[in-house]
Design a protein around this ligand. Structure first.
Ligand code: SF4
Ligand code: SF4
Length: 127
């Protein structure tokens, strides 16, 4: 077979209906204003942690809202909770509260009223 020096990108279709939305629903219930995010990226552009390590809060919340939790716990640990992202959000979204809420949900899902379904536990906690 001819080596053309490049490969075809893997398809990046979003399997929204197939994803587990347990954590997403709990987050949106705790921080309803998240639904008004317009994806402008101000939060990412001003993020303190993002200046030092690869960390994208806009991407993180977008993935969570799709029900995609790969690497969530590890990503959350990069946030320094400084609150700068909140100050620049044009929709007034408390992004720091979003981070704190996700951490709380991951730490105590049952106490937060989330039944620990196999999919939710494995995707949020282990990846
Ligand atoms: S700054 Fe606010 S509206 Fe813009 S992407 Fe971040 S959370 Fe969404
Ligand atoms: S609170 Fe976290 S996500 Fe927001 S600017 Fe600070 S380090 Fe970045």
């Amino acid at each position: 077979m001819v080596d053309w020096g490049y490969t075809i990108n893997k398809p990046r279709a979003i399997a929204y209906d197939a994803n587990d939305h347990t954590w997403e629903n709990a987050l949106q219930e705790a921080v309803p204003v998240l639904r008004s995010c317009i994806g402008c990226g101000n939060c990412t552009a001003t993020c303190t942690a993002g200046n030092f390590v690869p960390f994208n809060i806009r991407k993180l919340q977008t993935l969570v809202r799709r029900g995609e939790y790969a690497g969530l716990r590890k990503e959350l640990d990069k946030c320094m909770l400084c609150g700068k992202c909140r100050l620049v959000c044009p929709r007034g979204i408390n992004t720091r509260k979003m981070i704190v809420t996700l951490k709380r949900l991951l730490a105590q899902p049952v106490a937060a009223g989330i039944p620990v379904a196999p999919g939710a536990a494995s995707t949020a906690g282990q990846r």
